[in-house]
Design a protein around this ligand. Structure first.
Ligand SMILES: C[S@@+](CC[C@H](N)C(=O)[O-])C[C@H]1O[C@@H](n2cnc3c(N)ncnc32)[C@H](O)[C@@H]1O
Length: 246
């Protein structure tokens, strides 16, 4: 095992256990918009078994719940899962479970649909996370992978990642669209739909969301690519799992 792996998981647990309330509140605010986007991107039968990998407080799981039979929502951080369970009354087909998306505790091909929302940039080994999400999805099944996308210009990408890591020590690296597509291709995932969308974030609220305060906040403010507002790109990829050689 990569010796840095355990340490990084601790960084994720530390950041998100301290900010679980704020993550939950933001998910509540964004719930309707996210549900509309998911309905726009995915076509479902209503019989699917779905996985939300890195669910946090359940944002994607709750958006998927009305469209599928069942959603299993997995995250490393118990405090986030507790927030999700507390919101679960309206979605009895969502189950929350602790787990690591780079070592998913599920059989091969056990889901029809696997999603992950804003998680890959928090993982030390995104290639393992994509391989695991692919493994647990059945052939012909769908993956919805959404993540912050770094600029192609290496210096701009460095600037972005430096700022994000100063704001939040559990940020590892936003990949470029090209890097992400390379990971998908390596797993025989074919993009059936994709969109790159610009998002504007108020800098103060964005730093608050990560619990970034004191000298770390000053440093992050200095490194912020914008001033009061900060613009970033989010990639939305709907992928089909094809057999090897297809
Ligand atoms: C930015 S949050 C996004 C949460 C949620 N998907 C949402 O959009 O509200 C990143 C999430 O990834 C989770 N995470 C990071 N690494 C993980 C891993 N190896 N296994 C499971 N969850 C992980 C964190 O605990 C956190 O909930």
């Amino acid at each position: 095992m990569d010796p840095s792996h355990g340490t990084h998981d601790e960084a994720v647990r530390s950041r998100f256990s301290q900010t679980a309330d704020a993550v939950g509140r933001l998910s509540d605010e964004r719930a309707e918009r996210l549900a509309a986007r998911v309905r726009h991107l995915l076509t479902t039968l209503g019989t699917e078994r779905a996985l939300d990998a890195g669910t946090g407080t359940g944002a994607l799981a709750f958006a998927l719940a009305p469209l599928v039979r069942e959603v299993v929502a997995v995250d490393l951080v118990p405090e986030l899962l507790d927030q999700g369970r507390a919101r679960g009354a309206a979605a009895p087909n969502v189950t929350f479970a602790e787990g690591d998306i780079t070592r998913l505790p599920f059989e091969d091909g056990s889901f029809d649909l696997t999603g992950s929302l804003m998680v890959l940039h928090h993982t030390a080994r995104p290639e393992l996370a994509v391989a695991e999400m692919t493994r647990v999805t059945r052939l012909g099944g769908t993956l919805l992978i959404v993540d912050q996308v770094a600029p192609l210009d290496p210096l701009a990408a460095l600037e972005l990642n430096r700022f994000e890591a100063a704001r939040d020590p559990s940020h590892v690296r936003a990949l470029t669209d090209q890097d992400l597509r390379g990971l998908f291709e390596a797993n025989n995932l074919v993009a059936v739909r994709d969109e790159l969308r610009e998002e504007h974030r108020d800098l103060g609220s964005y730093l608050d969301l990560a619990g970034c305060s004191g000298p770390e906040r000053e440093r992050a403010e200095q490194l912020a690519p914008g001033h009061d507002s900060y613009q970033t790109t989010v990639g939305w990829y709907v992928l089909e799992k094809r057999p090897y050689g297809a």
